[in-house]
Design a protein. Structure first.
Ligand SMILES: [Zn+2]
Length: 137
């Protein structure tokens, strides 16, 4: 736990939340600044700043919870569509440095999230990058 982390304070009951689900690894609650009705957050109980710092067993619990909660949230707000989003690092838009996943229910044409135009690589550059990444796994 980190003393100045808002999510750690929520888990410890120091800050109230609209809790949906919790188990020994995860905590899930409604976002107080939702992008859409039903926007929920799923976080690990332990304080890890980024996804790549989370132990594998915690990540597995997070993903299982994402599935369970996404099904319930989308039924509650009557839409079959949703985005799962996790920002890791300030340039990616991470505001709270305690890894978290957003479940954002979507409606057709709601404009909640806009995707930019894709980057175009020359084919050789694409394969070179894939090769570099494979070596780093
Ligand atoms: Zn924390």
């Amino acid at each position: 736990m980190s003393g100045d982390c808002i999510f750690c304070k929520i888990v410890q009951g120091e800050i109230p939340c609209s809790k949906i689900y919790a188990d020994k690894h995860v905590w899930d609650f409604l976002d107080i600044n939702p992008f859409s009705s039903g926007h929920a957050l799923v976080i690990p109980i332990g304080h890890y700043a980024r996804l790549d710092e989370c132990p594998d067993d915690v990540l597995l619990a997070l993903v299982k919870t994402l599935k369970k909660v996404a099904i319930a949230v989308t039924k509650a707000v009557k839409t079959p569509a949703y985005n799962i989003l996790s920002n890791n690092g300030r340039p990616a838009g991470q505001l709270i440095e305690h890894v978290h996943f957003h479940i954002i229910p979507r409606q057709a044409g709601d404009g909640v999230i806009k995707f930019s135009n894709p980057v175009r690589y020359p084919t050789a550059q694409l394969e070179e990058l894939a090769q570099t990444i494979r070596k780093l796994l």
